[in-house]
Design a protein around this ligand. Structure first.
Ligand code: HEM
Length: 265
């Protein structure tokens, strides 16, 4: 079972990248919102490929979390230290890809999520030096776009190759099947139009809501950044601190519980 889940993750990654490569042909960073709407409502099959990209990416993230849980539940780790480290890097990159993708849809919720992230980085002592990598005053979307379609996918492929050593393609059809089943069962969240005449409560992607709520409660951005970094730190320590494996497993569990609660307040 854990073996199959890990290959489904790779398959979903392939579906996500291929569908991303299709939607990017109609995406214009200078007219981001308009081009996404055109893709959804005007371009033949555009909505289908957009949904495929969305659901394969969400399923990729969920299956990756399941894969991590299954690996942590094993008594003995079979990976080398470098393979373990690259798996944590791949996980961080995956969350960054999901986040930048959310910003790219460029509706009110996407742009707001991007602005919250930029202001969080600006107010975090060490991270603020990295702000020019994301912020572009002339075209808000531009650098998110570059990260999403180029740098992060390259980083993810690199980290995954060092983590899994080889890519099997025979599960691709399973990944495609899972994405299509999700498309049939669930509906994609509707884009929120920019309209100053009505008040809407915009939210970021589901995995960022806990952080957003902490910021709204007035918690310092530095602390919020540390909260977000904690699970990745626990995962790194998990490999090297053999004696504390059980403690780290509990800490991860507590973190997930608290973060889930914070996401719903
Ligand atoms: C595994 C890698 C990837 C993940 C996890 C991912 C994830 C996402 C997510 C979650 C969205 C938001 C979808 C929405 O809510 O509408 C998105 C949008 C987008 N992605 Fe990706 N993506 C990946 C790779 C790529 C690649 C390689 C490209 C192109 C070369 C790409 C191009 C786009 C474009 C143009 C959008 C905006 C259009 C839209 O919102 O549908 N993505 N991505």
């Amino acid at each position: 079972m854990p073996f199959i889940i890990s290959w489904i993750c790779v398959a979903l990654f392939n579906v996500s990248v291929i569908s991303g490569l299709i939607v990017v042909f109609h995406y214009k960073p200078s007219l981001a919102y308009e081009s996404v709407q055109k893709l959804t409502f005007l371009i033949p099959y555009g909505d289908i490929f957009r949904e495929l990209h969305y659901f394969s990416s969400e399923a990729f993230l969920l299956f990756t979390c399941l894969h991590v849980i299954l690996e942590l539940s094993k008594n003995k780790l079979t990976l080398s230290s470098s393979s373990w480290n690259y798996s944590v890097v791949a996980l961080v990159v995956l969350f960054l890809l999901m986040f930048t993708g959310y910003v790219l849809k460029a509706d009110l919720s996407g742009v707001s999520a991007g602005e919250v992230a930029l202001s969080m980085i600006k107010q975090t002592p060490f991270l603020k030096y990295f702000l020019p990598l994301l912020q572009d005053n002339s075209l808000f979307i531009w650098k998110f776009y570059l990260w999403h379609i180029l740098f992060l996918p390259i980083l993810l492929v690199y980290a995954l190759l060092l983590h899994v050593k080889t890519f099997r393609t025979k599960y691709f059809i399973v990944g495609l099947g899972i994405s299509i089943i999700c498309m049939m069962i669930f509906t994609m969240p509707a884009d929120i139009v920019f309209d100053t005449s009505t008040i809407v409560h915009v939210k970021g992607p589901w995995f960022f809501r806990g952080a957003e709520n902490l910021l709204m409660l007035g918690v310092q951005p530095l602390f919020v950044t540390l909260v977000l970094a904690l699970p990745f730190l626990f995962l790194i320590l998990y490999f090297y601190k053999e004696k504390y494996k059980k403690v780290l497993r509990y800490l991860l569990l507590i973190w997930c519980g608290v973060y889930a609660l914070l996401s719903f307040i």
